[in-house]
Ligand binder design. Structure first.
Ligand code: ZN
Length: 133
């Protein structure tokens, strides 16, 4: 894995949280994007070589809505950048890691993504992402 590409943070209200994080990070949100398949609206901030991704649920069945109900917000996932997501999925499966997505899907911010099940990663939700060419 190349680097921590971003940290995902679950928020109840994206517009209010963008204002908070713009002040905190002293930078402006460079993109907001809805990922319909995941039921989320996202906002991105560049912080050095990494990013912060804020995630707001767009419907009650969204994984973010469930996370907010259970845990009340906060850090939701860590995303690692990889060169070849298919190769990385196969490598991790061979080591008995449990994948939520066994093949890559479309993510926000021009990425192909796959999530690992937190049960196999000490309770941490891990996202693999590869920049689309
Ligand atoms: Zn993410």
């Amino acid at each position: 894995m190349k680097k921590i590409e971003h940290l995902g943070i679950a928020v109840a209200n994206l517009q209010e949280s963008i204002i908070v994080f713009e002040k905190l990070l002293n930078t402006t949100c460079y993109k907001t994007e809805e990922v319909t398949s995941e039921g989320v609206r996202t906002a991105f901030f560049q912080v050095g070589a990494s990013k912060i991704e804020l995630l707001e649920a767009t419907n009650p069945d969204s994984p973010i809505a469930k996370f907010l109900t259970k845990q009340g917000g906060g850090i939701h996932h860590i995303a690692f950048e990889v060169d070849d997501i298919e190769v990385e999925i196969k490598r991790l499966q061979a080591l008995d890691f449990q994948l939520i997505h066994e093949s890559p899907k479309e993510g926000a911010d021009n990425k192909r993504i796959a999530f690992l099940h937190p049960k196999s990663t000490n309770g941490v939700l891990v996202e693999l992402c590869q920049e689309k060419n």
